[in-house]
Design a binder for this molecule. Structure first.
Ligand SMILES: Nc1ncnc2c1ncn2[C@@H]1O[C@H](COP(=O)(O)OP(=O)(O)OP(=O)(O)O)[C@@H](O)[C@H]1O
Length: 256
């Protein structure tokens, strides 16, 4: 069953057709990668999915409900969480305080700083945050200031901040961009663990083909705003249309 269904989505920026008749089904309990050369429309599509952009036409249905016309925080409350290229954490706060922000946002629709004043009364919220920190191996860092952590740990914290909201769909926007190889490998392992333990459905945009082929069950190749081909990783490797889409760019590792 498709958890997310995108049908006939178009988006223009002035004279530029950024998305042209995009159809895409993300099936429940799978990891679906969206790849394509620079400017293919991947981020535009993601922004449509999270309500940051409104398409000119088409439909986006999540778990049987349209997401179009809803505000980003409402879409988040429906069960869609997004992980950004640069971890969206609060550097001045410690790990636990960071974790509580999405807990309040999920429950109240927003977070207000004075929410921390009453946090001692939120026992179940704290327990839930601790359980997720434990799951991602960060419980011992709960008092650590977020800005002092390594890039890999910041990503781990951001992932935990998504998981504590118990999303049904995790949207990953180049989760390993700019990471050293060791942090990339750790992030791949973390995502695999999240899938195995929680069965969270994932849609990932990623340029690193090693990451894509390690995680994806299905891959959609976008080129000039339109899906060119959708298939399994094995069939995508070496697909003539995929090679054609990447021509003119530096060779993409893994697409041979
Ligand atoms: N807000 C905007 N206004 C005008 N043009 C835009 C805007 N956002 C994106 N575009 C254009 O739409 C096209 C698709 O851009 P998009 O960022 O979605 O591609 P992408 O596949 O994510 O690229 P990359 O891999 O480089 O991040 C590009 O030509 C881009 O310049």
């Amino acid at each position: 069953m498709a958890l997310l269904s995108v049908k006939g989505v178009n988006k223009r920026f002035g004279g530029l057709q950024a998305l042209g008749d995009v159809n895409l089904d993300v099936m429940e309990n799978t990891c679906h990668a969206i790849i394509g050369p620079n400017g293919a429309g991947k981020s535009t599509l993601l922004n449509v999915l999270v309500g940051k952009l409104i398409p000119d036409s088409g439909s986006v249905v999540f778990d049987g409900q349209s997401v179009l016309g809803r505000k980003p925080h409402e879409i988040n409350q429906m069960g869609i969480s997004r992980v950004f290229q640069t971890p969206e954490i609060f550097g001045d706060l410690n790990v636990m305080e960071n974790m509580l922000i999405p807990c309040f946002a999920k429950r109240d629709g927003a977070f207000r700083m004075h929410a921390f004043e009453s946090v001692r009364h939120e026992k179940s919220m704290i327990e839930k945050a601790e359980a997720v920190l434990d799951e991602v191996n960060m419980l011992d860092k709960r008092e650590m200031q977020a800005s002092a952590m390594s890039r890999g740990d910041k990503r781990r914290l951001e992932m935990a901040m998504c998981l504590v909201q118990e999303p049904r769909l995790l949207l990953l926007d180049e989760p390993t961009a700019g990471m050293a190889r060791a942090d990339t490998e750790n992030t791949i392992e973390l995502l695999k663990m999240i899938r195995k333990e929680r069965g969270v459905t994932m849609a990932i945009i990623e340029h690193d083909m090693n990451v894509v082929f390690s995680l994806a069950d299905r891959i959609t190749v976008l080129a000039q705003g339109t899906p060119l081909v959708e298939d399994t990783p094995d069939n995508i490797k070496g697909h003539p249309k995929v090679r054609e889409a990447y021509l003119g760019e530096a060779p993409v590792e893994g697409v041979n």
